[in-house]
Design a protein around this ligand. Structure first.
Ligand code: GTP
Ligand code: ZN
Length: 344
């Protein structure tokens, strides 16, 4: 039996490879290529290797829909034929209306930048949906408020956003200037992976270009350019993995119109911790927190510890999630082992 290396080469660790992945390899697989999925299309995929991008070959029976940008795989050297996908430490996924399987947004993401702007896009109820998504995936959320240069003061936005979840980090920036990369640097170091989500037009592509320091032909088209596009094409249509200048990796995602909640119970519990942690103090175990005597949550609303608007939003999201979440008994092929709390 060959000994596994006890250190990870720098080129791999700066791509995000950690002992979490290395430990999944059998000794037979030691000679295989370790690659990270960079793009996923209907019939083809590419991956990032320490030496650059490679086109992947898929064996018969393997479908691209089983892979997410950010996944780690092992492949045959030379041919780049995929052998298998390694377990993910985090998976961002969502159910779309009518679809049988969840849509995979991105995997092995350390930090989710939830992007919104200091204008009409700013909407606490929408941000809560994204927070539930991040929490459920096991990814740390950061609220990124763009277009800070367009408003006289940002403090009211920051205050509202910060109150949405305990310990939530919130930053403000102008996505168009290089300073934005400095503001986000704490989450963008070598080996770190971030993903950008948010509505269309909030500045995700702009931020991506700033983080990756892309200009000219390399740059992602942004809304400013889209406005001239007579065909009305959507700016960002696919997702891919991009190198952050002097740091880790960023995955952009198309603008999400509506994020429906399904399979996000744990994500909601974390998001609304100040409410859910009171429930065990209610007199009745099956308290609905609506009208029962001895309800700890209603008591907290009465004495001002819980915002009634927030309780209402929690109720709505819970109902939506329950309605969209089938019984827990069915098979769940894309499930990630749940790891709560800090990973490193
Ligand atoms: N002043 C200012 N303008 C910004 C900022 N961020 C983005 N913009 C502008 O807002 C418009 C939309 O930005 P995009 O980067 O295309 O938005 P997006 O989120 O990528 O949109 P989709 O690709 O449709 O999902 C562009 O005209 C940007 O130049 C900012 O922080 N300040
Ligand atoms: Zn109660």
């Amino acid at each position: 039996m060959t000994e596994k290396p006890d250190h990870i080469p720098l080129a791999l660790s700066s791509l995000g490879w950690t002992s979490f992945f290395e430990d999944q390899l059998t000794s037979d697989e030691d000679a295989m290529e370790r690659l990270r999925i960079a793009t996923v299309h209907r019939s083809r995929m590419s991956a990032q290797s320490p030496d650059g991008q490679v086109k992947l070959a898929l064996p018969v029976g393997m479908k691209t829909t089983d892979f997410a940008v950010g996944d780690w795989i092992i492949a045959e050297p030379q041919t780049h034929m995929v052998v298998r996908r390694l377990d993910r430490h985090a998976l961002l996924q969502r159910k779309t209306e009518g679809a049988r399987f969840p849509q995979l947004i991105a995997s092995n993401v350390d930090t989710l930048f939830i992007v919104t702007s200091c204008n009409d896009d700013f909407n606490p109820a929408r941000l809560e949906r994204y927070l539930a998504l991040a929490n459920e995936a096991g990814t740390d959320p950061v609220i990124v408020l763009t277009k800070a240069d367009k408003v006289a003061e940002t403090s009211s936005y920051v205050e509202t956003a910060s109150a949405l979840q305990r310990g939530l980090k919130v930053v403000t920036l102008n996505a168009k200037i290089a300073d934005a990369a400095d503001t986000l640097a704490p989450w963008c170091g070598a080996g770190q992976t971030v993903a950008l989500v948010g509505s269309s037009g909030v500045g995700k592509s702009t931020l991506l270009n700033t983080l990756a320091a892309k200009t000219g032909d390399e740059a992602q088209l942004t809304g400013g350019i889209r406005e001239d596009d007579a065909k009305g094409r959507h700016t960002t249509t696919s997702r891919s993995l991009h190198k952050i200048k002097g740091g880790g990796w960023v995955i952009d995602t198309p603008g999400i119109r509506t994020l429906h909640l399904a399979d996000m119970s744990e994500g909601l519990d974390i998001l609304f911790a100040e409410i859910t942690e009171l429930a065990p103090n209610c007199r009745f175990r099956d308290c609905t927190h609506a009208h029962e005597p001895g309800c700890a949550i209603q008591a907290a609303v009465s004495d001002g510890r819980i915002d009634p608007a927030r309780l209402e939003r929690w109720r709505k999201l819970q109902e939506e999630n329950n309605a969209n979440t089938p019984d827990k008994t069915g098979p769940k092929s894309n499930q990630t082992p749940k790891r709560r709390g800090k990973r490193r």
